[in-house]
Design a protein around this ligand. Structure first.
Ligand code: ZN
Length: 280
């Protein structure tokens, strides 16, 4: 197909940001970070390699996700612990905060709830920024590795993809059958994963995560959360996933409770106030 005569002019149009965020209510980051310093640990769970685990995080507590053994990516699902249909909305989080999240960004829930479920209060990989390939850390681009795509691309049945790990862990956490749990599993926050899009073909790429033991991502729970995370079979996601080939490591999820009175002025965000009449 021949290009139109004004092709260059059309391509030269400057982009505008889809969702300018100046009107978004800003979380009080210093309040959260001060509160984190007074917090004490109330629970923890190890996420075994190629498995998933879950933990309840009450509103006003912190979920700290740590690299403890070696570079490892975690696929995180977040639910309102009292209503599993309110789930993390990767797509809208991406539309609001960009392809990767870091300190100060918020993790939003799906329609018709659309409110902050959690705020990133600390990220030891915040220094990474955007590398020369366009890669960055903690993406909200990827969906999660899953056995269906593996089947289409490779013809095999692999049962320890993040999708299946999350399904089993959610089933165990809430006494659901696999058939009940699976449709609740959703697009993830790729904790510690380093990804981007190739500039020439626009393809989703991954590269070995820069995470090292001692690094962590800390989330402040804005509402009561059930967090479910899979230690991805891709390990550091430097080569491949959806197989038992990559070196994999355990990860740690901890819940920390701030000292009494350290969250003055904070309140859990209400449900979205759109009236839901949709023009009728
Ligand atoms: Zn995975």
């Amino acid at each position: 197909m021949a290009e139109p005569r004004d092709a260059a002019a059309r391509r030269a149009i400057k982009p505008v940001i889809c969702y300018p965020t100046d009107t978004l209510p800003k979380p009080s980051l210093s309040l959260y970070q001060d509160a984190a310093r007074t917090a004490t640990k109330v629970s923890e769970i190890i996420v075994s390699p190629r498995e998933a685990a879950s933990i309840d995080v009450p509103a006003g507590h912190f979920l700290k996700i740590s690299c403890i053994d070696g570079p490892q990516v975690g696929d995180l699902n977040l639910f309102n612990s009292a209503n599993l249909t309110e789930r993390f909305f990767s797509g809208k989080t991406r539309a609001l905060h960009g392809t990767h999240v870091t300190t100060g960004d918020q993790l939003w829930s799906c329609f018709p709830y659309l409110r902050p479920m959690a705020t990133v209060s600390n990220d030891t990989l915040g220094w990474y920024g955007i590398d020369e390939f366009g890669g960055s850390v903690h993406d909200v681009i990827g969906t999660r590795c899953d056995p269906y795509t593996g089947k289409v691309l490779g013809g095999t049945d692999y049962h320890h993809c993040c999708h299946s790990n999350l399904t089993r862990a959610l089933s165990d956490a809430r006494g659901l059958s696999l058939q009940e749990a699976e449709p609740l599993v959703h697009d993830v926050l790729n904790v510690f994963m380093c990804t981007g899009f190739t500039r020439d073909t626009g393809q989703y790429f991954m590269k070995a995560s820069p995470v090292r033991p001692g690094d962590y991502l800390e989330l402040f729970a804005e509402i009561d959360l059930l967090a479910v995370m899979s230690a991805c079979p891709g390990g550091d996601c430097g080569s491949e996933h959806s197989s038992d080939t990559a070196a994999c490591h355990p990860m740690l999820m901890e819940v920390w409770k701030p000292a009494e009175g350290s969250l003055q002025g904070w309140s859990s965000p209400p449900l979205n106030s759109y009236d839901r009449t949709h023009g009728r």
